[in-house]
Design a protein. Structure first.
Length: 355
């Protein structure tokens, strides 16, 4: 049996000029807007001897031409597309030219060393994406028919959930379904929810409450308190409250600007929030290690991330809890592949209060 792989990729918020929008089969819709069919493709409107498929146009272009065109359009560069496709630059150029000739319109125009879509090219690219996504859906259907012996799954997670909630799921999934490759994208919660809703990610684990998506199912799987912590040697370590002057004299580490954790801290501190000099660090773990090593910092941390440090006395909790941070599993509505269904069941147990 071919064994699956685990790929974890951390990604900050990104804006792509040209991004494929999946046309997944959600809420009863069929791939690329194609109407569902029964086992028989025979149509009442056609003669008994004819099939619905007989009325399809025979294209004068190929899927390889479409694939090559999309690769060039998304990168706006023929050479870069050729490297990804493992083709020569003349071969890529020829594929695009053959597609333009077959359609009778110009799809790309040169701008310096780059290329960009013409107005007609933008419209054609959108339809081509639907075609390729429909073929991807065909692959997913076939994989589903094979069961859980092979396939791939991409899960979105925030930094917190990727570190403290997802590992157990990944371990169990890998043990039960070794033939399925799993990819993990670590990104802000809002981005994870949006990409799960749009079909770019199959499912996800996020912390905090995010903007509702009409086709998104959300199930709470845990809660964790948010606490202010410091080194035991920090002047605030023995205090239950702090004045404005005290806050102005310390440095507050921010590891996730705009996150649910920061929102809870801001609400708990009210007017006092922002008085301390802020220092931005790259990650939750960087903030934790900084506070552990120096008595000059404060940081807001989910208690699940620092429970062992607090229990051992390596970190001190300042004041009361800043609030409760919910953790949710998210997925799209409707049936999905066996791999997604299996991963979902592992994520939501034993908590199954769905909203």
């Amino acid at each position: 049996m071919q064994r699956g792989r685990l790929i974890v990729r951390r990604r900050e918020t990104e804006s792509a000029r040209f991004r494929a929008q999946p046309a997944g089969r959600r809420n009863g819709a069929s791939p690329a807007g194609i109407a569902p069919t029964t086992r028989s493709l025979r149509a009442d409107a056609l003669p008994d001897s004819a099939l619905v498929t007989d009325s399809f146009l025979r294209p004068t272009y190929t899927l390889e031409q479409i694939r090559t065109f999309l690769a060039v359009a998304s990168r706006e560069h023929v050479t870069h597309a050729a490297q990804v496709l493992r083709l020569s630059q003349p071969a890529v150029t020829q594929q695009v030219q053959l597609l333009e000739r077959a359609l009778g319109i110009r799809l790309l125009e040169r701008v310096g060393r780059n290329v960009r879509l013409t107005n007609a090219g933008v419209e054609v690219a959108g339809v081509c994406l639907l075609v390729m996504r429909a073929l991807e859906n065909l692959e997913k259907v076939v994989q589903g028919l094979r069961g859980l012996e092979r396939g791939s799954l991409t899960i979105g997670a925030t930094e917190l959930t990727a570190s403290f909630y997802l590992p157990a799921v990944l371990g169990q999934f890998a043990a039960n379904h070794p033939g399925i490759s799993v990819g993990v994208v670590v990104a802000p919660g809002d981005e994870v929810c949006a990409e799960v809703a749009s079909g770019q990610l199959e499912c996800g684990l996020v912390d905090g409450t995010h903007e509702a998506q009409p086709n998104l199912v959300r199930t709470e799987v845990d809660k964790t308190d948010v606490v202010l912590v410091s080194h035991p040697g920090h002047p605030f370590a023995t205090r239950t409250d702090f004045s404005r002057d005290m806050l102005r004299s310390t440095r507050y580490l921010v590891w996730a600007p705009g996150s649910a954790t920061e929102a809870l801290v801001a609400e708990a501190l009210g007017d006092h929030y922002g008085l301390a000099s802020q220092m931005f660090v790259g990650s939750m773990e960087a903030a934790r290690r900084s506070v552990l090593s120096s008595p000059h910092f404060l940081a807001a941390m989910p208690s699940v991330a620092v429970a062992d440090d607090i229990a051992s006395g390596a970190l001190a909790v300042l004041g009361r809890n800043c609030g409760c941070l919910p953790v949710y599993a998210v997925r799209r509505q409707g049936p999905d592949s066996p791999g997604v269904e299996a991963a979902w069941q592992m994520m939501i147990r034993p908590h199954e209060q769905t909203s």
